[in-house]
Design a protein around this ligand. Structure first.
Ligand SMILES: [Zn+2]
Length: 76
């Protein structure tokens, strides 16, 4: 009897991209960067506040996900 175990590699959890509805946690500007702290806590920053807090975030080991320029999606 063969145990056919299919190991699913941990699917790299793709964080949902930032949308126009996402706002900086410090001001009301559109969020450009998502910072995920080791605890799993998420913070959103506009470019300005991201630059201001970047060092602190990196020190804390946060994963910084910069929003790529949004390319128009060709819907089929
Ligand atoms: Zn801001």
């Amino acid at each position: 009897m063969t145990a056919n175990t299919t190991t699913t590699p941990g699917t790299a959890s793709a964080v949902s991209p930032l949308t126009a509805a996402d706002r900086c946690d410090r001001c009301s500007a559109a969020a450009r960067v998502r910072a995920v702290l080791p605890s799993g806590f998420e913070l959103l920053f506009c470019k300005h506040h991201f630059n201001e807090h970047r060092t602190m975030l990196e020190t804390q080991g946060a994963v910084l996900l910069e929003d790529a320029p949004v390319a128009p999606v060709a819907a089929v």
